[in-house]
Design a protein around this ligand. Structure first.
Ligand code: GTR
Length: 326
């Protein structure tokens, strides 16, 4: 055993020497629920490459993909505690913890991808990132999460009336529970990793997500009706644990912030390509995609969700400013 270890250590040393790389002094452990190759995972790996290069090999990121470190809600807690250094998550599971994140998770708040980019790239985006600072987290960057639509195993949804009686999994956020209720369906908050078998065994009828997640999880195999109603466009976020952050020098903190920012344009390219590829895979598999859908009744039904969640002057102000962004 000892001989084996010595052998391995020697091998590692040779490899490092051979590539001319210095050993990483600090390796940040980063969590992601998605599998290798998914745009969010690839973007954080790309950020890690930038960081390694710019720090002369001192600062590294190791991405633990495929929920190896746990489901999102749990990994958020672990990140707040400093057990996990970095985390790429949807904003949805932050809604019940950080009030400001709700405004980007409201149904139909963004008019288009361009509108969403203008908002998150601007001062409103910075303000919401800053809010993480009050919760033992450091907000680093926003990634794309496409638009989310409903899918189910029972029937094609062609109008809001078709939602009645169906049960849908949502992310663990009260905003999404109220959203599904307001559409006349039943909401079941559940971790992402449990959705496939829950649909397969009939515990729920379906869920809602973007093209890449619908495809990569295989949910399309068990829920073959996908309605492009596009009720949500929740950005994803890359955060660091405040505890891990505090251990770094100001210079290293600066390198990390910059590398995160510089990964964003690359992530957006990866995202657009994957959206198209996933759509093709799903369509080729024979999923019934319902494209002709009047969104107006869906939008109108969301009034109580806004009333229930946009409850303070600060949140009302944020919503008004988002809507005013061109
Ligand atoms: C995906 C998102 C994940 C996770 C998942 C979910 O689109 O990228 O971070 O939030 O949805 O529905 O739980």
């Amino acid at each position: 055993m000892t001989a084996l270890r010595t052998g391995l250590a020697a091998l590692a040393a040779t490899t490092a020497l051979a590539t001319g790389a210095l050993a990483c002094e600090i390796t940040l452990r980063s969590s992601d629920t998605h599998p290798e190759g998914y745009p969010t995972v690839a973007a954080v790996e790309y950020m890690g490459d930038l960081l390694e290069e710019r720090s002369g090999g001192r600062l590294c990121i190791e991405v633990y993909h495929s929920a190896q470190l746990g489901q999102e809600a749990d990994t958020i807690e672990q990140t707040q505690l400093g057990v996990i250094d970095m985390n790429r998550v949807s904003l949805g599971p932050f809604n019940n913890i950080i009030e400001e994140t709700k405004v980007f998770s409201l149904p139909f708040i963004f008019r288009s991808t361009e509108h969403m980019h203008a908002v998150v790239d601007g001062e409103i985006g910075d303000e919401v990132l800053a809010a993480f600072g009050h919760h033992n987290l450091v907000g680093l960057a926003y990634f794309d999460g496409g638009s989310r639509s409903f899918y189910n195993s029972e029937r094609p949804i062609r109008s809001i009336e078709d939602m009645a009686g169906l049960s849908f999994r949502v992310m663990q956020s009260d905003v999404f529970v109220d959203m599904v209720d307001a559409l006349g369906a039943n909401a079941t908050p559940m971790p992402f990793g449990e959705v496939y078998s829950a649909i397969q065994t009939g515990v729920i009828d379906g869920a809602e997500n973007n093209w890449p997640s619908y495809e990569s999880t295989g949910h399309f195999e068990v829920a073959g009706y996908y309605t492009l109603n596009q009720h949500l466009m929740v950005p994803e976020v890359l955060v660091m644990s405040q505890a891990s952050w505090n251990r770094l020098s100001a210079e290293d903190q600066g390198l990390i912030r910059q590398a995160a920012r510089d990964a964003v344009p690359h992530m957006r390219e990866l995202w657009a390509a994957r959206e198209a590829a996933s759509e093709e895979i799903v369509r080729a598999a024979g999923v019934e995609v319902i494209e002709e859908i009047d969104k107006t009744p869906f939008i109108e039904a969301m009034a109580p969700v806004y009333e229930r969640h946009v409850t303070s002057d600060a949140l009302r102000d944020l919503v008004a400013r988002i809507q005013a962004v061109e």
